[in-house]
Design a protein around this ligand. Structure first.
Ligand SMILES: Cc1ncc(C[n+]2csc(CCOP(=O)(O)OP(=O)(O)O)c2C)c(N)n1
Ligand SMILES: [Mg+2]
Length: 386
């Protein structure tokens, strides 16, 4: 995409299904306000020629590989968790375009404030996969971002990172720092009061923040129609007074263009934006969840046809940039990369149980010293080195 090319002009008023939920939600077209919608690649991998940003081959192939790698990581983590070698993990299968597309326009100096389903973006931001494995396995040393990368550790407390992200953006304004912040959160997080406060603060203070609401249809077992009575979360941004758009979150080109437009605007002082990315959680909420208890398989099936990776591969194959053998080769290479990370992770030293006392306070309290000493004593009695 050309620098400074404003995507606004290329956004057309085409309708994406207003609902990604089964029955009870209103499926009529969006009627609240002036919500624009953006889809560039349709479900058959056909690009709208008027909207296609015509990214260069290298960029397109790197986006594809990033999505394939995210899926390979995701699948391996599930296997490791089921083998008892990984902690609880939140899969992102089916949401790869959403996560890769939002990270692509960011520089290391920009800030990224992710929620827990964001490892595809973290890998792009330079987090090694073994570090992410370490993090999900519960080791404190997995949490710091790579040197020189302005990322917050991902937030598990739903919506808790959105206000701090706005604070970072407001700080940028005070310091005249022309970077931006991208913060993502789910449809469920929109019900947290702090998220509404964050939108309001950002709009009033024109903070350079891009809010990405990943509407994946569900918040654990709560479907979106029980989360909100509006049929588009993009109205939340509009209500706060910021540019707001509803994007096909399974369309990598739309995600890249919408995020690039929003981050460019934020960096040049144009204030915050809201992007509702419509996607679908194909898998478990986390490895502690069983969606068959509350979700009908018939709801999942249509989204298989909307797979963001297959859609993009069709587009790349039509452009002559990819063929089916190369697709398999890339999948194998990504799988090998993940396996190397897994092996490196398995070879890392285990945590010492006594460490649980080490990282809560800078200076440990007297009470904790007593508890720690007692715990160490009991561990030694059992023959465990604390
Ligand atoms: C403040 C808070 N309340 C409840 C939870 C438990 N919880 C974890 S994820 C989740 C659902 C979040 O759904 P959504 O925001 O749509 O994100 P998604 O998991 O779909 O990506 C809940 C309720 C939590 N982590 N934090
Ligand atoms: Mg959700």
């Amino acid at each position: 995409m050309e620098e400074n090319q404003d995507t606004t002009e290329r956004i057309k008023g085409e309708e994406i299904p207003a609902s990604n939920t089964p029955s009870a939600m209103d499926t009529s077209p969006i009627q609240v306000g002036q919500i624009e919608v953006l889809q560039i690649l349709n479900e058959h991998g056909e690009a709208d020629s008027g909207l296609d940003p015509n990214l260069d081959t290298e960029t397109l192939l790197s986006l594809h590989r990033a999505m394939v790698l995210a899926r390979a990581f995701d699948k391996r983590m599930l296997v490791m968790q089921r083998q008892g070698r990984m902690g609880t993990f939140a899969p992102n299968i089916g949401q790869e375009a959403c996560i890769v597309g939002q990270a692509h326009p960011l520089t290391p100096q920009d800030w990224f404030a992710p929620s827990y389903r964001s490892f595809g973006a973290q890998i792009m931001r330079g987090w090694s996969m073994e570090r992410l494995m370490r993090l999900w396995a519960g080791f404190h040393d997995g949490f710091p971002p790579p040197e020189g990368v302005n990322d917050l550790p991902f937030s598990i407390v739903v919506g808790s990172h959105v206000l701090p992200a706005v604070g970072i953006g407001m700080g940028m304004n005070y310091r005249n720092d022309r970077h931006c912040v991208v913060v993502n959160f789910g449809d469920g997080a929109t019900s947290q009061g702090a998220v509404s406060e964050a939108l309001n603060f950002a709009a009033v203070y024109q903070a350079p923040v891009v809010f990405i609401c990943e509407n994946n249809g569900w918040a654990i077992s709560t479907p979106v129609f029980k989360q909100s009575s509006t049929n588009s979360f993009a109205v939340h941004g509009l209500a706060a007074g910021m540019r707001s758009i509803r994007v096909d979150g399974n369309d990598i080109l739309a995600m890249v263009c919408a995020t690039k437009e929003a981050t460019d605007r934020a960096r040049r002082g144009g204030g915050p934006s809201y992007i509702e990315a419509v996607t679908f959680r194909m898998s478990l909420h986390t490895t502690a969840d069983d969606p068959t208890v509350y979700r009908d398989d018939s709801e999942v099936a249509p989204w298989e046809a909307r797979c963001p990776i297959v859609r993009f591969e069709t587009y790349l194959i039509k452009k002559g940039m990819l063929d089916s053998q190369t697709v398999v080769k890339i999948q194998e290479e990504c799988e090998q990369e993940v396996l190397r990370a897994r092996d490196a992770f398995y070879n890392m030293p285990p945590a010492k149980p006594g460490e649980i006392f080490d990282y809560l306070y800078e200076e440990i309290t007297t009470e904790l010293i007593a508890q720690r000493d007692e715990y160490h004593h009991r561990l030694r009695q059992k023959g465990v080195d604390p």
